[in-house]
Design a protein around this ligand. Structure first.
Ligand SMILES: Nc1ncnc2c1ncn2[C@@H]1O[C@H](COP(=O)(O)OS(=O)(=O)O)[C@@H](OP(=O)(O)O)[C@H]1O
Length: 359
């Protein structure tokens, strides 16, 4: 495989979270209603009103810094809803204590991380932060007490979780996470890197319509067919490169790789693996999902006691621009050796080479 690419260079996109040079030698849906009853709704947070303030300030900070890894719609609703976010549970006393997370969704950006977090927080034994705390990349200097405070209260036996997709590509993240909890469980939602890159670009384009085309940004030299691996949209997809860094600190057994593609076609199947990995009873099953034809994605069934939205918002499942098939072909060739290395490292074949087209 080609040599590790250099760091991302600014290409007129919103700034990315700080990404570090490659490791040397590497080629490379929960409403806690009625005191813990049905928790089946996308777009709900498990935060009490007071916790919302902390989380919202984290959110605002995040938005001030950059907006590349966003769940914009979710953020918008949260800001609009203010402290009434817990809906039916707002009047329910919030028992328990805030703990540091025992499991993290560390990536990848545009992999399907929001869908996974919203689905797992349906589980009564999981409580999660709705926003991305970005602790191990941007807020680390705020300290562990700040981080713990961002977390929702949990009862004994409940797992605390958060998701920040940029952790996966943050050089310092594995070391920092390991120093907090060496037995933490890590989840990575991976997706065909070509489609992921287009999804990433589509998100940027939605905020900055004036940016060059994907085809222009993807190449250092298009005539020579030289891919610009320093462009973050491309670099994030070199999963083997980033994974190498995590494996310096965590055994493979502590990392679960979820297929972003399977999470769409068989959400219950992927959720079974996630629950097993987290040591949870398989509570989130096919009964919780339905396929929404308008959205084109699986959504969570509406809880009996709520009129909450069931699908993820408009920022999830955007229509991708049409990309020159030749460029897609070049990118697939570029990623192939890295994908092979990733399959070998994880012992899982994600079948990205078999896909005939990239959405
Ligand atoms: N159930 C469901 N509903 C909607 N969207 C779904 C779902 N499951 C997976 N996906 C895919 O998730 C992609 C966004 O990934 P992330 O949530 O990780 O994005 S982000 O990094 O937090 O911005 C998003 O990417 P795009 O389709 O490119 O918008 C979706 O394809």
């Amino acid at each position: 495989p080609p040599a590790p690419p250099p760091d991302n260079a600014s290409r007129g996109e919103p700034p990315e979270p700080p990404e570090q040079p490659a490791t040397p030698g590497v080629d490379g849906w929960g409403l806690a209603s009625g005191g813990g009853g049905a928790r089946d709704a996308w777009f709900r947070t498990s935060l009490a009103p007071s916790e919302m303030i902390t989380a919202q300030s984290a959110l605002l900070e995040r938005e001030a810094q950059e907006s590349s890894t966003t769940d914009e719609e979710l953020a918008g609703r949260r800001a609009a809803n203010g402290s009434s976010e817990r809906g039916g549970a707002a009047s329910t006393p919030d028992y328990g204590e805030k703990k540091l997370p025992q499991a993290l969704i560390i990536g990848v950006k545009k992999g399907g991380t929001r869908a996974l977090l919203e689905a797992i927080r349906v589980h009564p034994d999981v409580r999660a932060v709705g926003v991305e705390p970005h602790f191990f990349d941007r807020n680390y200097e705020k300290g562990l007490e700040w981080y713990r405070n961002v977390m929702p209260k949990t009862l004994d036996g409940q797992i605390t979780m958060e998701k920040t997709p940029s952790y996966f590509v943050t050089n310092e993240a594995p070391k920092r996470i390991h120093s907090m909890a060496k037995d933490i469980k890590l989840i990575v939602v991976v997706r065909n890197p070509v489609t992921r890159a287009i999804s990433d670009y589509t998100q940027t384009l939605s905020k900055k319509p004036e940016i060059p085309t994907f085809e222009v940004l993807a190449f250092k030299n298009r005539t020579l067919g030289l891919i610009d691996a320093s462009w973050s949209a491309i670099r994030i997809g070199i999963y083997a490169l980033h994974l190498e860094n995590w494996l310096q600190y965590f055994p493979l057994s502590q990392i679960l790789f979820v297929s972003g593609e399977r999470l769409i076609v068989d959400p219950a199947g992927e959720m079974a693996k996630v629950q097993d990995f987290l040591g949870l009873k398989r509570v989130v099953t096919d009964k919780h999902f339905y396929f929404n034809k308008t959205k084109g994605f699986p959504c969570l069934k509406k809880p009996e006691d709520s009129s909450a939205p069931r699908c993820l918002g408009k920022s999830k499942g955007r229509t991708h621009p049409r990309i020159d098939p030749d460029v897609i072909h070049r990118l697939r060739k570029f990623y192939k050796p890295f994908n092979m290395m990733f399959y070998q490292m994880t012992g899982q074949d994600f079948q990205w080479e078999k896909e005939e087209s990239d959405k």
